[in-house]
Ligand binder design. Structure first.
Ligand code: PNS
Length: 162
């Protein structure tokens, strides 16, 4: 049987334990995964594409079923270029729903072959996001337990608390 590949797209600025929970659970459904980091400098990320890639590779270095890649342009075009048709996203609190629904519908309008699948985020990560973690870390807050240790270190370095 052909191996089923899923694309997990996002900004991952930086990767959090919430993302990791989605990744680990998605690997119970799919054979392979490409973590596709959006390369969009207009979003002015805290971490460069290179930094985000290295952090993810570092965290997932023992996962042979995962590839870390980046993309720009339309997600649906990227998905097709990887010869698959499934995108996975995590859903947290209600506030995510409208944004995700909008994106999924737009992607479906752009290419009806591409299917969006959602996994509910584990309750432990329901109210965390890269954005709120960055805000806390920028003010010297302790975000360990919310992000992998390597990301925690990088955040401290970035904000001068190392
Ligand atoms: O982690 P994020 O920031 O919520 O991820 C958003 C992402 C990267 C999935 C989304 O912005 C995206 O797919 N961008 C690519 C551009 C695109 O295809 N836009 C049309 C569909 S909304």
């Amino acid at each position: 049987m052909k191996e089923k590949l899923v694309i997990y797209p996002g900004t991952f600025d930086p990767i959090t334990n919430g993302h990791l929970s989605i990744i680990n659970r998605a690997l119970k459904i799919f054979d392979k995964m490409v973590i596709a980091i959006l390369n969009n400098p207009q979003k002015a990320p805290l971490f460069s594409l290179k930094e985000r890639t290295v952090m993810i590779q570092n965290v997932l270095k023992n996962q042979p079923r995962i590839e870390v890649d980046s993309f720009n342009g339309l997600l649906v075009d990227y998905v097709i270029s990887k010869k698959t048709n499934v995108v996975i996203r995590g859903l947290r609190a209600l506030s995510d729903f409208e944004y995700e629904f909008q994106m999924a519908l737009m992607n479906r309008k752009l290419n009806r072959e591409v299917q969006s699948i959602f996994l509910m985020t584990d309750y432990k990560w329901f109210y965390t996001s890269s954005t709120i973690i960055k805000e806390a870390a920028s003010l010297g807050g302790d975000v360990s337990g919310l992000v992998p240790p390597v990301v925690c270190r990088k955040l401290k370095e970035k904000f001068g608390y190392a």
